[in-house]
Design a binder for this molecule. Structure first.
Ligand code: MSP
Length: 635
């Protein structure tokens, strides 16, 4: 069975950010899940280029618009590659071979069906939204989304008879109750359409940046009418009937909640008019906020997904976004919560489990286990697999991820209960010892298969250590999540997958507590008591900040040059950028750990660490008692 899914295509006037990446990552999880479940999957992404904002941005930079879009394609592809997105196709709306003929064919089909007429438009147009606004929707004369004054436009336009489709759309929603998901969006759209639909403008006069209207070369097709057609254009509409037949209708359009109206009302009406089958479902996901606020350039709080991906690999970010935000609702991202979840789910839970089973198997059985029955753990695994499937089939990614992690926790508990380290002391219990290790390894294997759509590279690595180095495309949900009761395997013990992130933020060290001694409890312990001698090993000094600047592409790091009473100033990277403007720190005295091993972060070396108290966002402890001579020891 085929499964064709798409994401919104992005405006290219700025780089991808965490919000746009959220959509692509979650869609990628769905695509990978469908492939694992055996569907012949086609995953489409792309760029939306015929926007006035894009055109302006290019001109501002003194570039030819198409050349600018070519450059941005590379920027987008590079980010998507670093987030491990597995799209099968990528379409651009300036594509002349596929997109242009499709747009012209659909515009013509709508005209031929009597749904396009010429008129003149007068009204407000918000360039930020690329949409016409009704006066009642403005707040103090401004677009409520962009807080800017829309332009008053008066021009000749071609109109699409959207009003004609009110009843057919309502009928379609009724006959296909899951056409719009989640239900909250479905209800919003139902109310909107029940309230009546007005015809919409489908062209803009006197512009050159766009696809010309086939029956009026003096106009270009309105950017949204143009963009929506990408989904059909990519798979052959208007240029390859056989291909179109193979993939259309799309099974699933994944879009943000701000653009469901375009996808649930205008797009299906266009398709009805052009006599093309409607997609199976439009899923309107929620928004990701940063510390509760909308990310925006003016707020200066745009999170670059590569900040996380370049430090930890893409998987911890992918897991956070899929697991911590109920899919369909809004969610929040903060570095504190990201690090907390990383430590809890990856360093302490899954990572610890992989290490424990591998190191104990190595220590007690030369790295080999022979599969046995499974017992209670096998039953939990079967239950987790079933819950995972039920959730993933309806895109409840958070529930799917949680089901997989229930199995991980159960396997950690199973180790605590069976106590392999105690069994190992008694040669008569060799069978039980092997059983405990083999069962745990089998549970880890199944959990890794379940997590493979969310954390592809990490799951592949875990499976490799467990002796399965097949390509992911060769794995199947049914066969590969069934408990295996026979066979022997070698387990590789090759080190920590996810070193803990230490509380000083920014500094990551390979945790020494990763169980070299497997009997160590998995739960995080209370801080150990230390002696004064232990404390004195840390050389704390007063340092004065001479220079401070943001680290490019990092939301949190500041690069400081400090005078620590030494021959030369030293450079320290501190995770405090969310709390200070760099200039405000110059001349301030702080306490540093002076004898910390140098560490590289974001490609730069840090020599020491600034002490910070961090309820939110890393606030350095700034000394008030002046003058604190740089170099003074703190104890
Ligand atoms: N070009 C249009 C879509 C055309 S589809 C035929 C567009 N582009 S966009 O670049 O502004 O947004 C792309 C997608 O990212 C949209 O689905 C949008 O909802 C989503 N998001 C943008 N910011 C977001 C968050 N902060 N959080 C989650 N998704 C967000 O709209």
């Amino acid at each position: 069975m085929k499964f064709f899914l798409t994401t919104a295509i992005d405006f290219v006037n700025s780089r991808p950010h965490l919000g746009t990446a959220y959509e692509k990552i979650t869609a990628d999880v769905i695509a990978r899940y469908r492939r694992l479940a055996g569907f012949d999957t086609h995953f489409l992404m792309g760029n939306d280029e015929h926007s006035q904002n894009v055109f302006r941005k290019a001109i501002e930079q003194g570039k030819d618009p198409l050349a600018y879009c070519d450059e941005m394609e590379q920027v987008f592809r590079d980010v998507w590659r670093r987030l491990d997105l597995s799209f099968d196709d990528f379409i651009r709306t300036t594509d002349q071979k596929r997109h242009k003929p499709a747009v012209q064919a659909m515009a013509q089909a709508c005209l031929d069906n009597g749904d396009v007429y010429e008129g003149s438009y007068e009204g407000f147009y918000c360039v930020g939204c690329e949409a016409f606004k009704q006066e009642k929707d403005l707040v103090e004369g401004n677009c409520p989304i962009h807080n800017t004054k829309p332009q008053w436009i008066r021009e000749k336009n071609w109109f699409f008879r959207l009003s004609k489709y009110q009843q057919p759309l309502l009928k379609h929603y009724e006959q296909h109750p899951t056409f719009i998901q989640p239900d909250i969006r479905r209800n919003e759209i139902l109310r909107l359409v029940e309230g009546g639909l007005e015809d919409i403008s489908m062209s803009r006069a006197g512009q050159s940046w766009g696809i010309s209207v086939p029956f009026d070369p003096s106009s270009v097709v309105y950017v949204w009418f143009d963009a929506l057609i990408n989904y059909a254009a990519a798979v052959g509409y208007g240029w390859d009937d056989a291909l179109f037949k193979k993939w259309w209708p799309a099974n699933l359009h994944i879009v943000g909640k701000d653009i469901t109206r375009f996808h649930c009302v205008i797009w299906p009406a266009m398709l009805m008019s052009a006599k093309v089958e409607l997609p199976g479902q439009v899923f309107g996901h929620g928004w990701v906020y940063f510390k509760g606020e909308r990310m925006s350039k003016t707020m200066g709080n745009i999170v670059d997904p590569l900040d996380a991906a370049d430090r930890f690999g893409p998987d911890p970010l992918r897991l956070y976004l899929a697991k911590e935000i109920p899919y369909g609702g809004d969610g929040d991202f903060t570095w504190e919560r990201f690090e907390e979840k990383y430590n809890a789910d990856l360093a302490n839970n899954l990572g610890n489990l992989v290490n424990r089973v591998a190191s104990m198997t190595e220590r007690y059985q030369g790295g080999r286990v022979a599969a046995t029955g499974g017992g209670a753990l096998a039953a939990i695994a079967a239950h987790s697999v079933a819950a995972y499937r039920t959730a993933m089939d309806v895109h409840a990614l958070h529930d799917g991820a949680a089901a997989a992690f229930r199995l991980v926790s159960a396997a950690n508990n199973y180790i605590a209960e069976t106590q392999p380290w105690a069994l190992a002391k008694d040669p008569s219990k060799a069978g039980q010892l092997n059983g405990a290790l083999a069962d745990t390894a089998e549970a880890v294997r199944i959990a890794a298969v379940l997590l493979s759509p969310i954390m592809p590279a990490s799951s592949a690595e875990i499976l490799r250590r467990l002796g399965d180095d097949r390509a992911q495309r060769d794995r199947r949900l049914d066969a590969d999540t069934a408990w295996r009761t026979s066979g022997e395997k070698q387990i590789l013990n090759t080190g920590a997958l996810w070193p803990r992130i230490e509380a000083d933020k920014g500094v990551v060290s390979v945790s020494d507590e990763t169980p070299k001694a497997p009997e160590a409890p998995a739960a995080p312990a209370a801080p150990a008591v230390i002696t004064i001698d232990d404390f004195m090993k840390a050389h704390l000094k007063v340092a004065r900040i001479l220079e401070a600047e943001k680290v490019p592409k990092s939301q949190r790091l500041l690069k400081l040059k400090v005078d620590a009473g030494e021959a030369e100033p030293r450079t320290i990277l501190a995770g405090i950028a969310e709390s200070y403007e760099p200039e405000a720190l110059i001349g301030k005295s702080v306490v540093i750990v002076a004898n910390l091993a140098p560490r590289k972060m974001m490609g730069q070396e840090s020599n020491g660490m600034v002490l910070a108290a961090s309820p939110e966002g890393g606030a350095a402890i700034v000394l008030n008692a002046e003058p604190a001579t740089p170099g003074t020891r703190v104890r």
